[in-house]
Design a protein around this ligand. Structure first.
Ligand SMILES: [Fe+2]
Ligand SMILES: [Fe+2]
Length: 130
């Protein structure tokens, strides 16, 4: 099932909220591609789009956190690197023709993204509001 951005996911920054919304759409596209058992070439396209946007968003968010002197930046960056590594791993698996839609993939992609926004991203939002 597709995930949706809702107001309670806001990080109180218009640009970053817009990025999160787009990120969710891209993730949904990838997930839909897996569900529809799209051919490998198409899945590769979708996973690359997701990896690219994820990197773009993380860079933009990290720049923002630096600009507000966010004290937990390093910790946050580690989480970003972990997620990028995971997407790269999916990319490899698709290339090798080993990617199957499993509970692991379903849970990981959606849960991580939502929990990250809610748990970790919203902490810099709270910090910047102080
Ligand atoms: Fe983040
Ligand atoms: Fe984020």
């Amino acid at each position: 099932m597709a995930i949706r951005w809702t107001d309670d996911l806001s990080v109180k920054n218009e640009m970053l909220d817009a990025e999160h919304q787009k990120w969710i759409l891209i993730l949904n596209d990838f997930y839909q591609g897996l569900m529809d058992k799209k051919p490998k070439e198409k899945l590769l396209e979708l996973v690359i789009a997701m990896l690219d946007y994820t990197k773009y968003h993380f860079a933009s968010e990290e720049k923002y956190m630096k600009s507000i002197n966010y004290p937990k930046l390093a910790e946050h960056q580690e989480k970003h690197r972990f997620y990028e590594a995971k997407i790269s791993e999916y990319h490899e698996r698709i290339k090798e023709g080993k990617m199957v839609l499993s509970l692991e993939v379903t849970n990981f992609l959606k849960t991580w993204l939502i929990n990250h926004i809610r748990g970790v991203d919203q902490q810099y939002a709270a910090f910047s509001a102080k």
